[in-house]
Design a protein around this ligand. Structure first.
Ligand code: 5AD
Ligand code: SF4
Length: 457
């Protein structure tokens, strides 16, 4: 859960609560950007807000319940504001809005606006309408929402996100994304390069390229050719002052040779999130993943040949319909073979409207839980081992925020590990070398090297 962004003192207060993927976090920032010219300033609490947006995620179950329970909590705040003669616009956005819009409008009559991810550019018009009537907008316009979003970002800082692609045509049988986010769409490369340049001019040292299926990117290039992600990254790489490039989330099927070769670029960080979901060919076929385990393992090997220090993370689903003990063991075997730096794993949850929701061979919840526990134990052991191996190394860390303790600053290693050190605030938004002292399950600690040296002078 992310509150976007913090505090503000201007006349109208905007509170956005965000669930789910980085795409949603990005969209919340964009909504705040769109609403800024209308006099809305972000606030970190819903109390007394003039507008509240719940930016929701529908990927796994209970999403709709969570939205209703939040709405229930917010309702008295809205009533209080109205009693005092004010108005609090209440909006539900994101994938739950897209999937359950009509239901939300029916069950929560105090909600003023429900709108899906493809409609954010029309927020100003929707607000004007909603001050008079309730609004529901779950359109899928033919042209991209990117075209009408404001070009200028709110300050994104030293580590910036840049959305280059949206939607998904893969139709994995368990997944709602193709239905809530719509068909795959790539932004034109010129627009992206322009935005990348402006982010760098605005102080970005790191850019993470975002998309639901980011490596399916195929945007029109300035040369009239269609560019793939590899080509795009090589152009972005030319920005002087930019130190780090990442991209997420990828599909194994779209890891083409050009993109794999692009991983030789030093600025492209040696860490890749590449969801596999299962290690069993039978389950992968039933998931309609369009790749088998051998292709996945082959991609890992080819990436390691180009970039020997690359580390991987992944997503796994256990207890998919028809998963036997043997299928699950194939997943465990794949995890052992690859050795992940981190990974997310989930119990399968049936999503209404997806093909897998009608599949036979349901796995008993107890068995699924037990498999999830086994998988997570293995992944945790690998993660601890990966972080422990950082001990004694000198790693460049991009410090982008104060740490939790006084005098502490926090940043990321090239492998996306969180690194905490005692250090001066002037190192924020810079990259400094850190001698790693300890590797824990979820973070590293260490000492800034330059400070040690200057202390000796
Ligand atoms: N059940 C469980 N996990 C799911 N994911 C997507 N849909 C489902 C589902 N129905 C997981 C996948 C995906 C991640 C974002 O969420 O692992 O990669
Ligand atoms: Fe969902 Fe599959 Fe598309 Fe990923 S590739 S967003 S899991 S349909």
């Amino acid at each position: 859960m992310v509150y976007v962004p913090m505090s503000g003192t201007e006349p109208k207060k905007l509170f956005i609560k965000t669930w789910g993927c980085q795409m949603n976090v990005y969209d919340s920032h964009r909504m705040a950007d769109i609403l800024r010219p209308l006099g809305y300033a972000p606030s970190d609490t819903p109390e007394d807000a003039d507008m509240v947006i719940l930016n929701t995620c529908h990927i796994r179950e209970k999403a709709t319940d969570k939205v209703f329970s939040d709405l229930g909590r917010l309702r008295p705040l809205k009533e209080k504001k109205e009693k005092a003669g004010g108005k609090m616009l209440m909006a539900v956005a994101g994938c739950v809005a897209q999937a359950e819009g009509a239901f939300i409008m029916e069950r929560a009559p105090y909600v003023d606006m429900v709108f899906g991810p493809q409609t954010y550019q029309t927020l100003p018009e929707m607000i004007v309408k909603a001050t008079g009537e309730r609004v529901i907008n779950t359109d899928f316009p033919a042209e991209s929402k990117f075209d009408s979003l404001p070009a200028e970002h709110g300050a994104q800082g030293s580590s910036a996100f840049l959305s280059i692609q949206e939607g998904c045509d893969k139709f994995c049988t368990f997944c709602v994304v193709p239905y809530t986010r719509g068909a795959e769409y790539s932004r034109p490369a010129v627009q992206i390069l322009d935005e990348a340049r402006r982010l760098v001019e605005g102080g970005a040292l790191e850019i993470t390229l975002l998309g639901q299926n980011v490596n399916a990117f195929h945007g029109a290039g300035p040369d009239g050719q269609i560019w793939g992600l590899g080509r795009l990254i090589r152009e972005i790489d030319k920005n002087e002052g930019l130190e780090r490039i990442r991209y997420t989330t990828s599909h194994p099927r779209d890891m083409d040779e050009d993109l794999i070769q692009t991983h030789a670029l030093p600025k492209l960080m040696p860490f890749l999130h590449l969801p596999v979901q299962s290690g069993s060919d039978k389950i992968l076929a039933s998931m309609n993943r369009k790749h088998g385990r051998d292709l996945y393992l082959d991609i890992i090997e080819r990436l390691r040949a180009v970039r020997p220090d690359i580390a991987f993370s992944s997503d796994f689903i256990v207890g998919f319909p028809g998963e036997t003990e043997e299928d699950f063991e194939a997943t465990m075997d794949l995890v052992r073979r690859v050795g992940f730096a981190s990974a997310y794993s989930f119990k399968y949850s049936a999503r209404p409207g997806t093909p897998a929701a009608n599949m036979k061979g349901l796995v008993h919840d107890k068995i699924a839980s037990e498999r999830l526990a086994r998988l997570q134990a293995l992944i945790h052991a690998q993660q601890i081992d990966f972080n422990a191996r950082s001990r004694g190394l000198s790693l460049p860390v991009l410090f982008d925020r104060p740490g939790k303790r006084p005098g502490q600053i926090q940043g990321r290693s090239p492998w996306n590990q969180s690194v905490y050190v005692q250090g001066p605030a002037r190192l924020l938004h810079t990259i400094a070398d850190v001698r790693i002292a300890e590797g824990f399950e979820n973070s590293l600690t260490g000492d800034i090297e330059i400070l040690e040296m200057s202390a000796g002078f």
